[in-house]
Write a protein that binds this ligand. Structure first.
Ligand code: CTP
Length: 403
């Protein structure tokens, strides 16, 4: 999955021959899962039609401060467009637009939006080689870089003039790869490895029966996705769960029992920086597993249970640099129980959810948590979707590991 998935990209197109390549650029962004809106300078419409771009982007294309409808005039809100975007890309950027951007000139919708945008702005110049080399162009580029705008350098090749040299807009696939790489390098968990346990465990009674619990795995999977979106390499050890995850940064390992989960967690723990144990691991398992299906009899059946290994506590006992996070699902005496677990299992932080809170806990789409850190500082959060809770948890961890 691309880091651009779910991101909002505002593509500004100016009047250069390379504008014809933006059709492909829009397609590549859409393919990577991004949402795209296009703004064109009026002159760029001579090179590619708004209809092509609105068809490919599935969004209206704006180019003027207002659209003249038959009866009324519709104002295009450049501030709204600028704030909508997660990333803005101006491609191609002509020498003219480059100079205007560098000097705060605001004579079209694209420039007004550029001045209103708060997001990272990428620009991909395209012009003839002598124009690209001109000190005035170089000064404009440097000025934009001093505004923290990001240059996607022009490449060398055949130019529209027939000359050969530097000034060709980077190819659409290279622009997308450049932006993806740049975004990745700025993600807070880039280069970090995170181990996550999720879901229930099943403890076999016989070949067809087990002891399990109602955990859906939703919370752990949401945490895995969030951590991956923040740039981490995730090892997700999941008990039996119907949850799906598709992310190139997530390696999923399916396990069944607490013993399987213990072994997998220990196999990877040494190589990770952060471990988040959100699985609802069975505390007990049948002492003896019948090799054949247990037959029905009239008498009562007693199954002797024996404790499973506590994965979290065992990792707490051997942890070195790892930031170790546990969960506590409590029904009473919540804070005291959670703090007890934090200390006993040698954790850096614990996420408490109380079954007394409506909408918290197993198999729901929502959760309500309190985070307690090593210094016993408590932070409480409202009832939210598990995706939003995962973001709160990961943001908290990012702040802690960078503190
Ligand atoms: N946990 C674990 N291995 C176990 C049991 C629990 O790794 N065998 C982890 C869970 O993933 C969770 C934390 O320990 O992060 C707390 O789980 P919980 O069941 O609330 O705590 P227990 O220590 O089992 O205590 P109790 O059930 O008595 O509340």
């Amino acid at each position: 999955m691309s880091v651009l998935s779910g991101k909002k990209i505002l593509l500004g197109i100016t009047a250069g021959i390379a504008a014809y390549k933006t059709a492909n650029l829009v397609r590549l962004f859409i393919k990577s899962g991004a949402e795209v809106k296009v703004i064109m300078t009026p002159a760029s419409k001579d090179f590619i039609t708004p209809l092509t771009l609105s068809t490919l982007s599935k969004n209206p294309v704006s180019s003027a401060f207002y659209d003249k409808e038959e009866e009324n005039e519709l104002w295009n809100n450049h501030v709204e467009l600028g704030l909508w975007a997660d990333y803005m890309l101006i491609a191609p950027t002509t020498a003219n637009t480059l100079s205007k951007m560098a000097n705060g000139v605001c004579d079209n919708l694209l420039l007004a939006t550029y001045l209103s945008a708060k997001c990272p702005v990428y620009f991909a110049p395209a012009m003839d080689l002598d124009m690209y080399k001109h000190p005035s162009t170089k000064t404009s580029i440097e000025k934009l870089q001093s505004f923290q705008n990001i240059l996607i350098p022009a490449t060398s090749g055949e130019l529209a003039s027939g000359l050969v040299g530097e000034g060709r807009m980077a190819e659409p696939q290279d622009i997308v790869a450049f932006i993806e790489k740049d975004i990745l390098s700025t993600l807070p968990l880039r280069g970090k490895k995170v181990l996550i346990t999720a879901g229930p465990t099943y403890e076999a009674i016989d070949p067809v029966r087990f002891i399990g619990n109602h955990s859906s795995g939703k919370m752990g999977f949401a945490i895995a996705k969030t951590a991956a979106n923040l740039g981490a390499e995730v090892i997700l050890i999941s008990g039996p769960s119907h949850q799906q995850i598709q992310h190139s940064f997530v390696k999923r390992i399916d396990v069944k029992s607490a013993e399987n989960m213990y072994n997998a967690a220990h196999q990877y723990f040494n190589m990770v920086d952060i471990a988040i144990l959100s699985a609802a691991v069975a505390d007990y398992k049948p002492k003896n597993v019948a090799h054949q299906k247990i037959k029905k009899k009239d008498a009562t059946l007693e199954i002797v249970l024996t404790p499973t290994k506590d994965i979290l506590a065992s990792l707490g006992a051997i942890k070195k640099q790892q930031f170790l996070v546990g969960f506590a699902l409590e029904t009473n005496n919540e804070l005291a129980n959670a703090k007890g677990k934090l200390a006993r299992k040698n954790l850096d932080m614990i996420v408490l959810n109380s079954l007394q809170d409506k909408g918290a806990g197993f198999a729901t789409d929502t959760n309500k948590i309190t985070i307690i850190d090593k210094n016993l500082t408590e932070s409480s959060f409202g009832l939210k979707s598990k995706t939003a809770v995962a973001k709160d948890i990961m943001n908290y961890i990012v702040t802690k590991i960078n503190a």
